[in-house]
Design a protein around this ligand. Structure first.
Ligand SMILES: Nc1ncnc2c1ncn2[C@@H]1O[C@H](COP(=O)(O)OP(=O)(O)O)[C@@H](O)[C@H]1O
Ligand SMILES: [Mg+2]
Length: 317
């Protein structure tokens, strides 16, 4: 019988590192000529130079874009208001569509949900209501609004019985295409029939994503929904971009989430990111976009930059 040999005891953690001599490293000599690295933007990619938008001479042939993410609180409504206002500053004629029964977009522009005569609900459900009966000015020059309130929640149920129920929004928005340059639809936080209507009416989708862990959860389902709408209802539909919102570049966490976002979505991610700042909630309370409430704030500048970036991405701009 072989003698019993006790296996060597496992090293106590930390012991070996302690006993090993620390290698002496000569400091690297400073390079004589500083390397010129391209300036990295907040997404970790080189920041492109975005051209100043060209003025437009005539309006029309609107691009319709949905702000879409079935998660709430990710910045859909904030992006709709402020991207719209920034595009209006660049001379674009903008129509915002509040397509969330919570009506946050309408409230964020200073409307009282109980004092609305007609809303998008009436436009969708009543044949004799015309677009111009429902459109109201937003308070921002060059930007109008189709308001909504809780009535819209009934539309989701009633639309189920309609002919071409997924095309209802596209049908009622059609007359607006010749008057506006951009139509932005603020979707509700769900992937139900209202959101499918918004996607069917759109040329593009912008997906705002909060720069937090679990931000990417559910995004696969959103992508499947977009793909299905493209296949079955709206072949022109494309994803215009993924927008990182509520970003905090000072924390490792924020930078890590951004890195994962770029890994998952590549160049679909906008170079522009929207940082976290209380100015957004303040401006909502004031009932106006940050571009006018705090015109020179970082938040306002970021949305102007986003406006430039979308104009580069959109065809015919
Ligand atoms: N970049 C930001 N920094 C800080 N707060 C923000 C930012 N963007 C939006 N918010 C606030 O977060 C809340 C949710 O934003 P909102 O745009 O309404 O999201 P959603 O429409 O996706 O539900 C609002 O109170 C808004 O003022
Ligand atoms: Mg919202």
């Amino acid at each position: 019988m072989p003698p019993l040999v006790r296996p060597p005891a496992p090293p106590t953690p930390g012991a070996t590192e302690m006993s090993e001599p620390i290698p002496f490293r000569k400091p690297e000599p400073e390079p004589l000529v500083a390397k010129v690295e391209p300036e990295l933007g907040p997404t970790g990619r080189p920041m492109p130079v975005l051209p100043e938008p060209k003025p437009v001479t005539e309006h029309g042939q609107a691009r319709v874009v949905s702000m879409c993410n079935q998660k709430g609180g990710v910045g859909k409504t904030t992006t709709t208001i402020n991207l719209g206002a920034a595009l209006a500053e660049y001379g674009r004629k903008v129509l915002l569509v509040d397509f969330d029964p919570q009506g946050s977009l309408s409230v964020g522009l200073g409307l009282n949900p109980h004092e609305m005569d007609l809303t998008i609900y009436n436009l969708l459900m009543e044949r004799d209501v015309r677009l111009e009966d429902v459109v109201v000015p937003s308070g921002v020059p060059g930007m109008d609004l189709l308001p909504s309130n809780i009535d819209l929640s009934a539309a989701e149920v009633q639309l189920v019985h309609e002919v071409a129920r997924e095309q209802t929004l596209a049908r009622v928005l059609a007359p607006a295409l010749e008057d506006y340059d951009v139509i932005l639809i603020d979707c509700q936080p769900s992937l139900g029939l209202l959101t499918v209507n918004a996607l069917t009416a759109s040329h593009g989708v912008i997906v705002p994503l909060e720069c937090e862990y679990f931000a990417l959860r559910g995004v696969a389902l959103l992508k499947t929904t977009i793909d299905k709408v493209r296949e079955r209802l709206n072949p022109r539909l494309e994803i215009d971009g993924v927008l990182g919102t509520m970003f905090d570049g000072r924390t490792l966490h924020g930078r890590e989430v951004m890195e994962r976002l770029v890994q998952a979505w590549g160049d679909t991610v906008f170079h522009t990111v929207i940082r976290r700042t209380v100015k957004f909630s303040d401006s909502t309370v004031a009932g106006e976009p940050i571009t006018s409430y705090a015109s020179s704030s970082t938040g306002a500048e970021s949305y102007r930059q986003l406006a430039k970036e979308v104009l580069v991405r959109w065809p015919d701009e």
